[in-house]
Design a protein around this ligand. Structure first.
Ligand code: GUN
Ligand code: ZN
Length: 430
C-alpha cells in the first residue's frame, strides 16, 4: 500500500491548550511532516527526518502551508443550507419564518438528497471533514446525509430531528412513538456503519412533549454508545418558553435531565444563558456544550462564556450552526469565537481557536484520538491551510515573526480560499 508524506508546517498539542499557557502546550515545526498509510496517520515528525526514513513514500510538499486536522463542525443543520443568511429575526420568529418552511421542503426525498450532497461539498470546500448535523423529522433526510457522507468517505454524526408538540407546524410533527421507532430503525441501519455515528436528536424541549423526551431518553439508555444532540439556553425568550412548558423542571437542562437526556455523550448546542446548577451538572456528568458564535451574533442570542465554562471543566466544541450561523467556514467561526471572547474580556489564543475547531470538537463528539488530531493512529482527515490566501492576508503574514502571527490573520480574515487541499480518510479530495 502506498505511503504518502505531506510536508508543511505542523502543530502538535501536548494537552488541552486551555489547561496552561498555550505556547507551552503546543510544539510547532515549520518543516513538519505527516506520513499517511492505510488511511491513517502513521507518523508525525520533522519533515526531513521522515523523508529519510521513508524514501519509498510519495511526497506532497506544501511548503509554508499549515497541515491541520480537518475541521470538525460539532453542531449544524444540513437542511438549512439553502436558507442560510435569512434576514432580521430572532430565534423563535426565525424558526417559524424561515427554518420550518425550508425543512418542510425536505419532505421530498430528492430535494433532501440534493441538499445533503450540496452541504457536504460546501463543508469540504471549507476544510470541514466531519459535521454533527441535525436532519428533519423525515427519516429519509437521515438516509440522505449518511449516504452523501458514505459517498465521500466522510466521518459523520447525524440523527432524525424529533418534534411532536403543537409548537411545531403541522407537517413537521412526529409522535413520541414514531420518533422512537423511526430513530431506533435508523440507529440499526446506520450507527457504526463505516464512518457513520448516530445521534438521537430531540430538536429542543419546546417542540417535544414530555412523553417524547421520555421515549428518546429510553432509546438512549438502550443505545448508550449513540450520541444525543439538542439545543440548550440559546435565547432568553426561549429559556422562558421552555420553563413555561415544563413547569416542574428546575431549569432548562432539567427538562432533559428529568427524561434521561443528560449524559456524557450528550451535546448541548449554544448553552449561553446557563444557571449555576446547569453548569455544575454539565461538568459533573462530562457532557459537552457546543459554541456556535456566528449564529449567536447573527440571531442575537448572546455571548457564550468560554473562559468560565472551560475553567469549570466543561467540554466545549465549536460549530457553525448552519443556517442559524452565517458561514460554512470554521475559520469564520473561529474569528467569531475570538470576537465574542474579546467582548467578554477574555481573548482566545490562536492555538486555542484551532484546537477548538479540531481536537476540541472531536473530544466533544467522543472521537478524540480518532479525528481532529495529527497524532499517529488517527484517521487521516486533514485540511491544508494556505496562510497567504489573499493579498490582505499575505501582506500581514509576510510580517509574521512566529507561527501564531502567521496563522492568526488567516483565522481572522480567511475563508474557503485558504483551503489549499483536503484529505479524507487518507485520500486527497479532487
Ligand atoms: N433551536 C431549536 N431549533 C433550532 C435551530 O434550528 N437553530 C437554532 N439556532 N436554534 C434552534
Ligand atoms: Zn442548532
Amino acid at each position: 500500500m502506498t505511503k504518502t508524506l505531506l510536508l508543511g508546517q505542523t502543530l502538535r498539542f501536548l494537552a488541552d491548550p486551555f489547561s496552561g499557557a498555550p505556547e507551552d502546550i503546543v510544539r510547532t515545526d515549520s518543516r513538519g511532516g505527516v506520513l499517511i498509510e492505510h488511511g491513517r496517520i502513521a507518523a508525525l515528525g520533522h519533515g526531513p527526518d521522515l523523508r529519510r526514513a521513508h524514501p519509498d513514500a510519495l511526497v506532497v510538499d506544501y511548503g509554508d502551508a499549515l497541515i491541520s486536522p480537518g475541521f470538525i463542525d460539532a453542531h449544524m443543520h444540513y437542511p438549512q443550507t439553502a436558507m442560510i443568511a435569512s434576514w432580521g429575526k430572532r430565534l423563535i420568529d426565525w424558526l417559524n419564518s424561515y427554518t420550518f418552511p425550508e425543512e418542510m421542503r425536505l419532505a421530498d426525498p430528492a430535494y433532501a438528497h440534493e441538499i445533503a450532497a450540496r452541504t457536504l461539498d460546501l463543508n469540504l470546500a471549507h476544510g470541514t471533514t466531519t459535521v454533527a448535523s441535525f436532519c428533519t423529522i423525515h427519516p429519509h433526510s437521515v438516509d440522505a446525509i449518511f449516504e452523501a457522507a458514505e459517498a465521500r468517505d466522510m466521518r459523520i454524526v447525524a440523527g432524525k430531528t424529533c418534534m411532536d408538540r403543537d409548537t411545531a407546524p403541522v407537517g413537521l410533527r412526529d409522535t413520541a412513538q414514531s420518533a422512537h421507532d423511526d430513530s431506533a430503525a435508523l440507529i440499526k441501519r446506520w450507527h457504526g456503519q463505516g464512518r457513520a455515528i448516530y445521534a438521537i436528536t430531540p430538536r429542543f424541549s419546546p417542540t417535544s412533549t414530555p412523553d417524547q423526551l421520555e421515549a428518546l431518553g429510553a432509546l438512549w439508555a438502550a443505545n448508550p454508545d449513540c450520541l444525543m444532540q439538542t439545543h440548550l439556553s440559546e435565547q432568553t425568550d426561549e429559556v422562558a418558553w421552555a420553563r413555561a412548558l415544563y413547569p416542574d423542571a428546575r431549569d432548562y437542562l432539567d427538562t432533559y435531565e428529568a427524561h434521561g437526556l443528560l449524559g456524557a455523550r450528550g451535546l448541548y448546542g449554544h448553552a449561553i444563558h446557563l444557571e449555576p446548577r446547569e453548569i455544575d451538572r454539565l461538568a459533573d456528568v462530562g457532557a459537552s456544550v457546543v459554541h456556535c458564535p456566528t449564529s449567536n451574533t447573527f440571531i442575537g442570542s448572546g455571548l457564550f462564556d468560554m473562559a468560565g465554562l472551560k475553567a469549570r471543566g466543561v467540554s466545549v466544541g465549536l460549530a457553525t450552526d448552519t443556517g442559524g450561523g452565517s458561514s460554512f467556514s470554521m475559520l469564520r467561526t473561529m474569528a467569531a469565537a475570538y470576537e465574542v471572547a474579546q467582548l467578554r474580556g477574555t481573548p482566545l489564543h490562536p492555538a486555542q481557536l484551532i484546537w477548538l475547531a479540531t481536537e476540541g470538537s472531536a473530544r466533544a463528539l467522543h472521537l478524540g484520538g480518532r479525528i481532529g488530531t495529527l497524532e499517529p493512529g488517527a484517521e487521516a482527515d486533514l485540511c491544508i491551510l494556505d496562510l497567504a490566501s489573499t493579498p490582505a492576508i499575505a501582506q500581514r503574514t509576510a510580517e509574521a515573526r512566529d507561527i501564531w502571527e502567521a496563522l492568526f490573520p488567516t483565522i481572522m480574515m480567511g475563508d474557503d480560499r485558504a483551503i489549499r487541499d483536503v484529505w479524507v480518510n487518507g485520500v486527497r479530495r479532487p
